[in-house]
Design a protein around this ligand. Structure first.
Ligand code: PEP
Length: 253
């Protein structure tokens, strides 16, 4: 089944407002005709508003890098899905391994964030993936299965259908060490089979599963050629306009 490719740039804690504007103006200029791929940028919170204004009337869509699960209240430092919607976001990255590692986010918190995000008609980009130690101990599939079960706990099938799942092996993030095409495909296929057994085959065939971990212009083609890889969550290589543009244009090879 053909699913629409989805390429998102996670800018992490990089780019001042001025730098964000420069980057996004290059992307806007380049992506005039990207009709067959979803192109998404996830700037830091401080740059969301200016980027949102700049990409109006363009094909580029906006994502936040995180959210809290409450709508409003005394939660110092947090930002709600309602606020993200207000600023023009369509997507929210949830459960990135850096949030799990530095802010102790667990699957239960991520499940709450996913539900809150969906309640505000935003699309969660749900990150899962194993550590190097877990892979070396042969636990990759167990870890993925647990993350899927717990992160998607109590979601309705229609909600699951609308999600983007990002498989990001932790050992490949920011390390320059990409999973091989086959390692990535094997994990994506496992996730799709899991969705099929938890829900049904149609749902599993509809959900987009994207890969993240040192994606670059020279490895995107091989990854995208895999039957169960529907796109990429790109960190480092999305901070530079030419490399992100080349990644989005993977099909032109
Ligand atoms: C990420 O931030 O999700 C990521 C995959 O980073 P990088 O592409 O730099 O490995």
């Amino acid at each position: 089944m053909k699913r629409r490719p989805f390429i998102a740039g996670n800018w992490k804690m990089y780019k001042t407002i001025d730098e964000a504007l420069v980057l996004v103006s290059h992307l806007k200029e380049a992506f005039l005709e990207e009709k067959n791929v979803d192109v998404v940028v996830a700037p830091p919170f401080t740059a969301l508003k200016v980027v949102s204004d700049q990409i109006k009337d363009s094909v580029i869509q906006l994502s936040a890098q995180d959210t809290f699960w409450e709508e409003s209240g005394a939660y110092t430092g947090e930002i709600s899905p309602a606020m993200l919607r207000d600023v023009g976001c369509r997507y929210v990255i949830v459960g990135h391994s850096e949030r799990r590692r530095y802010f102790r986010e667990d699957n239960e918190m991520i499940n709450r964030k996913i539900k809150a995000t969906l309640n505000f008609s935003l699309v969660p980009i749900v990150c899962i993936g194993e550590s190097l130690e877990e892979r070396e101990m042969g636990h990759t599939f167990n870890v993925i299965e647990r993350q899927i079960n717990e992160c998607l706990y109590n979601l309705l099938p229609d909600e699951v259908k609308s999600l983007i799942i990002a498989y990001e092996p932790i050992w490949a993030i920011g390390t320059g060490q990409t999973a091989t095409d086959l390692q990535a495909q094997e994990a994506h296929q496992f996730i799709r089979q899991l969705l099929s057994s938890l829900y049904d085959t149609h749902l599993a065939n509809v959900v987009r599963i994207i890969y993240g971990g040192s994606v670059k212009p020279d490895n995107i083609g091989g990854l995208m050629a895999q039957p169960d890889i529907d796109g990429a969550l790109v960190g480092g290589a999305s901070l530079n306009a030419p490399s992100f543009i080349d990644i989005v244009r993977f099909e032109r090879g």
